[in-house]
Each structure stands twice: as structure tokens, then as C-alpha cells.
Design a protein around this ligand. Sequence first.
Ligand SMILES: Cc1cc2nc3c(=O)[nH]c(=O)nc-3n(C[C@H](O)[C@H](O)[C@H](O)COP(=O)(O)OP(=O)(O)OC[C@H]3O[C@@H](n4cnc5c(N)ncnc54)[C@H](O)[C@@H]3O)c2cc1C
Length: 291
Amino acid sequence: MEFLRPTTWADALDARAGHPDALPIQGGTDVMVELNFDVRRPAALLDLGRVAGLTRWEESDGRLRVGAGVPYARLITELGDRLPGLAQASRTVGSPQIRNRGTVGGNLGAASPAGDAHPPLLAGGAEIEVESAARGVRMIPAAEFYTGVKRSALEPDELIRAFWTDPAPGPQYFSKIGTRNAMVIAVCSFALALDPGNARVGTGIGSAGPTPLRADEAEDYLAAELDWAGRGPLPDAVARRFGELVAGAARPIDDVRGTAAYRRHAVAVLARRTLTWAWNDYTGAAGRRAS
Ligand SMILES: Cc1cc2nc3c(=O)[nH]c(=O)nc-3n(C[C@H](O)[C@H](O)[C@H](O)COP(=O)(O)OP(=O)(O)OC[C@H]3O[C@@H](n4cnc5c(N)ncnc54)[C@H](O)[C@@H]3O)c2cc1C
């Protein structure tokens, strides 16, 4: 097997263009499993681990640009305050070893509906920066990136360079159901992001459809119902209806990890729960109750 090791982004793009059968590898936590189990036998590997720019993040014009090769462990420690929803999701990924190697770029490359980075990227309105040597840069909204089970809008000659997202303008939460607390693939998951300044709500549903999904109707409903200006309490009926609308947006199937009916029920619970946490943060209700 050929092993391509570019050290610059330009060389990586040239290698991608010149070797369409080469499989990109970043942290390798998905790729190496597939090689070990003979799921894939690529003619070549395109190792992105030495392309320095991929492991950097920066703030530009008030937005965050996070390189595809920044591992989960660094997302948690370096960006946890600015991207709390993604940091929460990152904490649930695998084990410390996996979080040290695994990256959001790799999660996007794999495009598994169960990938934990996807719901917070959707909820936060992230964009994915991809590039090819021939056609240059494209910015793909996360909501348009996922096209099918383990399929994405990435073209065969493109590589993922970074994702862009705003630092959290309000409370963000992620919650995941699995058969145990750690080292577990999601039975289903949900991310919520509140943007009080613009009275907007973002959502992301994981592992309850062929792709990660947004719950558009639920977002619009909640944005109109919440008492943003008065920071009033969250009516039970609103939280319940929000959960129902999120469940309605899911498109789950029965599989070894859970039934479609269970997943629908569970995403509704996760939606209500994350909404309650987020609204309490925004209104200070949790603090008032404790004092
Ligand atoms: C024990 C174990 C536990 C795990 N637990 C979880 C979990 O809890 N949650 C979860 O979401 N995932 C989990 N995973 C899966 C994996 O760790 C994640 O998907 C991780 O984000 C992959 O990142 P990586 O950098 O290792 O990707 P890699 O394995 O290097 O690549 C993954 C895919 O992305 C492509 N790719 C990588 N970089 C690029 C790029 N820049 N441009 C284009 N394509 C690219 C590769 O070709 C490949 O198809 C687990 C894996 C293991 C082995």
C-alpha cells in the first residue's frame, strides 16, 4: 500500500487530485479500524497528520475557524468555553486515547449518522470549509453536508480543511443515550443552541435518521414561544411540544442498538431536558432555586 505524506496543504490537495484512490487519514481512529477488519483495502493512504495548518484554530472576524485535524481533547481544553455544546459532545467520544487522536474532520469525513460532532455543528450553524486543487474552496453549511448514510457533499477530489462556527452566543447543550456511560456509540443524541440576542434556536439530532438532522419546525416553534426579553419561566406545555416536534423530525429505523419507536421517544426526552438546562442557564432559574 502506498503511503503519501504531504507536509503542506497545497501538496495534500495535489496528492488528493493525483491519487483519487488514496484514502485520507487524520487521527486514524475510524480508518485503522476499517483496515484491521478488512472493510477497506485502499491502494494508498493520504496521511494528513503532518499538514501543520490542520491542527490550528483561530478567531477571524468574530467567527471560529477550527482546523480539521484539531483532536477532541484540544477542543475540550482550548475551546470548551467558546463551543460548550461541541465540547460536551467531544467529552462523550470514545476514551481518552480516542479523544487524543480523533478529530471533527475525521467525524465529518466518515459522516456516520451516529457521529457525536454532527448535532452540535448543526445546532450552532457551522459551515464546513472544503477545497480541491482544481476548483478551490467551497463553504458547505452543516445542514447541507450530510447527504446519506456515511455520505457527504464532499467531492472525490476535495479535502476537509476546517469548520467555521460562531462562538456560542448563548447556552448550548448536548446529550446522548447509549447502553453505558462511556466508550459507546449513540443510540440517539441531541444538541441544542440558544441565541438569545437574535431570539433563535438551533437543533441537531444524531443517530435517529439516515443522516444527522435539524428539527426546523421545532426551532421555529420554540423561538416564537420563549420569553426571551422577560426571561420568564419555561412552560411545561412548550417544552413538551418542542420535544414532540423534535421527535417528529427524526427519521429513525429499528436496528441492533434500538427501535425506531424508542429513538423517537428518547430524542423527545433529550430535547426537553437540554431545553430545560439551557433555559435555566439563560434565565438564572437554576441559581435562584439553589439560593
Ligand atoms: C474505540 C472507538 C470509540 C469511538 N467512539 C466514538 C464516539 O463515541 N463517538 C463518535 O462520534 N465516534 C467514535 N469513534 C469513531 C472515531 O473516533 C470518530 O469518528 C473520529 O472523529 C474520527 O476522527 P479521525 O481523525 O480519527 O478520523 P480518521 O479515521 O483519520 O478518518 C475518518 C474518515 O474521514 C476521512 N477524513 C479524515 N480527514 C479528512 C479530511 N481532512 N478530508 C477528507 N476526509 C477526511 C477519512 O478518509 C475517513 O473516511 C470511535 C472509534 C473507536 C475506535
